[in-house]
Design a protein around this ligand. Structure first.
Ligand code: PLP
Length: 399
């Protein structure tokens, strides 16, 4: 079996496709100017946080001179913040949660790392429907976990037969990320019910359960009347995590959470929650940033202006259609995952680069033949890219 060090040493030489495009973007912007580059590579939310964030930060600034205002807090998070987030999640998840069910983390990323530390033994497997957010492999790789991508269907819905066939005695978790990065798909209630039925049947015959890890940082981004189903009422094995990186545009503040069903805590005597709290400390996170926790708790009922994202989504759909690029209209998140004309995603990304348009090859998400475009950019940039998309399509199709 590959060692954990070996896993990371092997990965260190290969920078991710997203990183490569980011670096390419910096180079192009330095050469041709910011305005000459249409950068759809990164998911860094650019829509301003809700206006209330400013007032909260002023209040926090006034309180900063108090003793311990900026000091360590309990490893699980500030008690009043855990309470506020539990109340918020109780509405979202349609299940009564209290502060003890929620651990504040360093973003959704920190929540994933804590979960894998708390549950994985080396060689344990984590199933993920692909295409998928590529960092999952690194997060479970820290602890010798092995990510097992299972392709979704052509419309990016869950292939439940394939997931069932991928489960082995070593499976410890199945990740569902809905709304999805990179496809923008929202899994239906029926799909999720079927997934949980599968997991419950599996768990009835094993000692260590398989968890369904619901990664929900894009929950608020649902369009055309789409609803993101609540997973917690579906099973005690549903563990929900998320963050305020995207919904409140505070990605740099690194505030997220992980919530465990009270039914599971009753059954395991609170072991999962207390292990998550312990590893949040011992992994060196210690606690989620305190100012960010207070800010998120004060405004968690709000979101950034979703209408801006919806306008961008519609405009990008128009631009891609006009260029003859095939795609499934995303119902959620802020990404498009269209087919690469000509079939070769690396070649199409290169053709786009020649037009100073930055996209990420689908190969970087475990699905070649597609590209990912992030709509965390102004509408003017999307409109400006229209001709470049057309020329790039003509270019790859001529070859
Ligand atoms: N999960 C998914 C699917 C993501 O796209 C991201 C970030 O882009 C994360 C988790 C991590 O988000 P954060 O740690 O900023 O909350």
């Amino acid at each position: 079996m590959q060692t954990v060090n070996g896993f990371f040493q092997a990965s260190a030489g290969k920078s991710s496709f997203i990183r490569k495009m980011f670096e390419k973007g910096l180079e192009l912007k330095a050469r041709f100017g910011e305005d000459a580059v249409c950068d759809f590579s990164l998911g860094n939310p650019d829509v301003p946080p809700p206006a209330a964030a400013g007032a909260v930060l002023h209040r926090l600034a006034d309180e900063a001179a108090r003793p311990l205002a900026l000091g360590y807090c309990p490893n699980a998070g500030i008690p009043s913040v855990r309470e506020a987030i539990a109340a918020h999640l109780s509405k979202e998840q349609q299940l009564a949660l209290n502060a003890d069910d929620v651990v504040m983390t360093v973003g959704a990323a920190g929540a994933l790392v804590c979960f894998f530390r708390a549950t994985l033994e080396p060689g344990d497997e984590v199933i993920v429907p692909s295409p998928y957010f590529v960092e999952y492999g690194n997060y479970c790789g820290h602890f010798g976990g092995v990510l097992k991508p299972v392709p979704t269907k052509d419309d990016f819905s869950l292939d439940l037969d394939a997931i069932a066939a991928a489960i082995t005695p070593k499976t410890r978790a199945i990740i569902v990320n809905s709304p999805n990065n990179p496809t923008g798909v929202i899994y239906s209630r029926e799909e999720l019910f079927r997934l949980f039925a599968l997991v419950e049947a599996e768990n009835a015959r094993r000692e260590k359960p398989v968890f369904v890890l619901s990664d929900e940082p894009y929950r608020a981004f649902a369009f055309d009347g789409a609803v993101v189903p609540a997973v917690m009422p579906m099973s005690p094995f549903a563990v929900v995590l998320g963050s305020f990186s995207k919904t409140l545009s505070m990605a740099g503040e690194r505030v997220g959470y992980i919530a465990v069903s009270p039914k599971l805590s009753k059954a395991d005597g609170g072991t999962l929650v207390s292990t998550l709290i312990l590893v949040n400390r011992t992994l060196g996170f210690v606690n989620a940033p305190v100012l960010g926790q207070r800010l998120a708790a004060a405004i968690c009922a709000e979101t950034v202006d979703l209408a801006t994202y919806d306008r961008r989504r519609r405009l990008m759909a128009e631009v891609l259609s006009d260029a003859g690029i095939e795609f499934i209209m995303p119902k959620g998140a802020f990404y498009f995952f269209p087919k690469a004309p000509g079939g070769d995603d690396l070649a199409f990304v290169d053709a786009l680069l020649a037009e100073r348009i930055l996209a990420v090859p689908g190969s970087g998400f475990g699905r070649a033949g597609h590209i990912r475009l992030s709509c965390s950019v102004d509408e003017r940039i999307i409109a400006r890219a229209a001709d470049g998309f057309k020329r790039a399509v003509a270019n790859v199709c001529a070859k």
